[in-house]
Design a protein around this ligand. Structure first.
Ligand SMILES: NC(=O)C1=CN([C@@H]2O[C@H](COP(=O)(O)OP(=O)(O)OC[C@H]3O[C@@H](n4cnc5c(N)ncnc54)[C@H](OP(=O)(O)O)[C@@H]3O)[C@@H](O)[C@H]2O)C=CC1
Ligand SMILES: O=C(O)[C@@H]1CCC=N1
Length: 270
């Protein structure tokens, strides 16, 4: 029998986790959710059969609290929760940038805190959730966190010092691929293809490439070389990517995401 788990702040990532836990076998009765707006509460009730509660009630009733509000809302939420959270609860934060010490400082001494950076493919059980222990989290707390997030994809433990980099790569990562698909679909249109065909072709190329990256055991360089025939089409495209500094742009983009995650650590950035 699973222990009650609460998702506090059931927006995009909170809902993705909620739906994944239900798919993985959690009974809606063992899941508590909180929202700010009543229309959102009604939506979640209809979609998942959960009964949204107040943040205070979630803190009193659940053993595990997953905080999924924006980093900017975290300070206020913790102030609201602090009087109700005892150190026998596990607090898991999914907020970008927010450190375990930021949370620990606002809760009762020795409250166990785990920081997790999931990504939206948890919606299709292909998520990646990067996990770090706060100073009072034990091996059992980490294992419990892995059981929750492992139900909707893979998990990886890292030292908390690597979380901002992992947020840039993995938390934000799906967005970069969507952006590339969008741009390559535009290219297909420029080349004269209808939008829906261009979209389908590039999505299937992405799926095929992703499965080969995961399953072939080959280095990405080798996989790319296999596509790149002498005096062929691909090398002409690669030369343009190099000429336009796409590799450097990607490195700079991820560095900017990492820096933003560091900035969000204070929890009060607009
Ligand atoms: N989206 C993503 O891909 C990922 C997001 N994250 C992290 O997850 C967190 C949420 O992001 P995301 O889901 O995109 O954002 P959303 O804005 O979709 O979700 C946040 C939700 O929290 C609700 N909320 C805010 N304050 C409270 C409160 N005091 N009590 C109850 N509910 C509250 C908001 O309600 P309302 O709608 O009424 O304002 C909203 O529904 C962020 O910290 C982000 O860094 C982590 C990994 C990936
Ligand atoms: O963009 C953001 O801040 C969040 C965190 C990682 C993905 N989305």
């Amino acid at each position: 029998m699973p222990q009650p788990v609460a998702v506090l702040g059931t927006g995009k990532i909170g809902e993705a986790l909620l739906s994944g836990m239900i798919r993985a076998g959690w009974a809606p009765a063992d899941l508590l959710v909180t929202t700010r707006r009543s229309e959102r509460a009604a939506e979640l009730r209809t979609r998942y059969g959960v009964d949204p509660v107040s943040n205070a009630d979630a803190a009193k009733q659940a053993d595990t609290l997953i905080l999924a509000v924006k980093p900017q809302d975290m300070g206020r939420l913790l102030d609201e929760l602090a009087p109700h959270i005892t150190p026998d609860r596990l607090v898991i934060s999914a907020a970008a940038g927010i450190t375990t010490s930021f949370i620990e400082e606002r809760l009762a001494d020795s409250t166990p805190v785990v920081r997790v950076m999931p990504n939206t493919p948890v919606l299709v059980d292909e998520g990646m959730s990067v996990i770090s222990a706060g100073s009072h989290a034990t091996a059992a707390h980490l294992a419990h966190t892995e059981a929750i997030f492992g139900a909707v994809g893979k998990t990886l433990r890292v030292p908390e010092t690597q979380q901002d980099a992992c947020t840039a790569l993995s938390g934000s990562g799906p967005a970069y691929f969507y952006y590339l698909v969008e741009a390559m679909t535009d290219a297909g249109i420029l080349l004269g293809l209808p939008r829906d065909k261009a979209h389908d072709l590039i999505v299937q190329a992405a799926i095929g490439a992703a499965v080969m990256l995961r399953d072939s055991g080959e280095h990405p360089v080798k996989l790319r070389e296999n596509v790149t025939s002498p005096a062929g089409t691909t090398i002409n495209a690669i030369r343009e990517l190099e000429n336009h500094g796409v590799r450097a742009a990607l490195i700079a983009a991820l560095e900017a995401a990492r820096d933003r995650s560091r900035e969000l650590a204070s929890g009060n950035n607009s």
